[in-house]
Design a protein around this ligand. Structure first.
Ligand code: GGG
Length: 365
């Protein structure tokens, strides 16, 4: 039996509740499928920053490089500036390990009520470019504290960066319903966004089976509320993709459901799996957090590590727990984090692995 070495970083806030919940599910799945999963826990995050001045040790990235995958909870604390918590942990990991794709599935789940009055089933994959764009270090502040204080922040798009995101999204669309929507704002942002549009369009010439539409981000936000079921795959820049995935998952019922995979598709480096939500300090420690985003991210990790059957089993189990009336407060239920996790564990045991349907595939090219 080969062993997958997984680095676990619960991080901050509800990360300390949803990560143990998901690990309990992953361990149970591993027992059923005979998988070797070896978890190494790292206490990196805002508490460490407050005690020692760094979110992770100086050699943190070297330590993570020895693993097959990274399983992250949440980062962010009211006591630490967000720039420190993100740029001291999550963003360096995404960049050092060339996790240039952030794949975020959004799907209607039985047992969760959408805030929309009427909706057809929603099944969208959002491909967020994860290494460049609006999340750039280029810029600065001058004349601090003076009336004419100024800040400049550059957006950086490269042909290479846009092409690889567009290629990944197009391959995904080709394996699904064949529709790709690209989020843009080329009417207002006159240099970078027309460049994004051109490169996406030229990349799609290699995918004649995929229909590409380019939509202004503001119109796409409205459409995601009015007719989300019409979308198949969305490709978006770093910032746009982040915003759209919060919006789209909320339309299905709760951001607590949203999972993500920060992928290095070439497998040269470990990929990172995390829920889309943050640390939610308002509910941290109260047992109210929804662990689905973390559990679903765990299913994506299993799939990425080559355990498609185990991934499908885990996904079917949490979907079945929801369908059977379990659910945390954010999705209209009354279960605590622990009660919902117990319901998933029971569903894992009661579902024969062969009955679990395949649910999410990364593209094969
Ligand atoms: N679950 C990871 C987390 O805490 N994300 C919070 C966040 O603000 N992330 C920013 C980003 O994804 O760019």
């Amino acid at each position: 039996m080969s062993t997958d070495r997984i680095a676990v970083i619960p991080g901050d806030g509800i990360g300390h509740e949803v990560v143990p919940a998901a690990i309990a599910c992953l361990e149970r799945i591993a027992e059923h499928h005979g998988l070797g999963l070896e978890f190494t826990h790292y206490d990196w995050g805002s508490e460490r920053y407050l005690k020692r001045g760094r979110m992770m040790p100086l050699d943190g990235l070297e330590q993570l490089a020895r693993h097959d995958a990274i399983f992250l909870g949440a980062v962010g604390s009211p006591e630490v500036p967000d720039t420190e918590s993100l740029w001291g942990l999550l963003i360096p990991i995404r960049r050092e390990f060339e996790q240039y794709i952030n794949l975020r599935p959004v799907k209607t789940l039985d047992g969760v009520v959408s805030p929309l009055a009427a909706t057809d089933p929603i099944d969208i994959l959002i491909v967020r470019e994860n290494n460049e764009g609006e999340y750039s270090e280029v810029g600065g502040r001058i004349y601090r504290g003076l009336p004419h204080e100024s800040a400049v922040q550059e957006t950086v798009f490269t042909r290479h960066g846009i092409r690889r995101a567009a290629r990944y999204a197009a391959a995904l669309a080709a394996s699904r319903r064949g529709r790709l929507a690209s989020a843009t704002k080329s009417n207002g942002i006159i240099h970078t966004m027309p460049f994004w549009d051109e490169v996406v369009e030229e990349t799609l010439n290699d995918y004649p089976q995929v229909t590409l539409t380019s939509e202004l981000i503001d119109a796409m936000a409205a459409h995601l509320v009015l007719k989300p079921w019409t979308y198949d795959v969305i490709v978006a820049s770093n910032l746009f993709g982040d915003i759209l995935s919060d919006l789209a998952s909320s339309v299905t019922g709760s951001i607590g459901l949203a999972a993500s995979a920060n992928l290095n598709p070439e497998l040269r480096h470990p990929s990172l799996f995390e829920p889309v939500h943050g640390s939610a300090p308002d509910i941290a420690g109260k047992g109210l957090a929804n662990p689905i985003g973390q559990i679903w991210s765990g299913a994506m990790m299993l799939h990425h590590l080559g355990h498609a059957g185990a991934a499908a089993h885990l996904q079917t189990a949490f979907e079945s727990a929801l369908r059977n009336g379990h659910g945390t407060r954010d999705v209209g239920g009354t279960s605590t984090t622990a009660e919902f996790t117990d319901a998933v564990l029971s569903a894992i045991d009661s579902l024969a692995p062969h009955r679990a349907a395949s649910v999410l595939a990364e593209p094969c090219s």
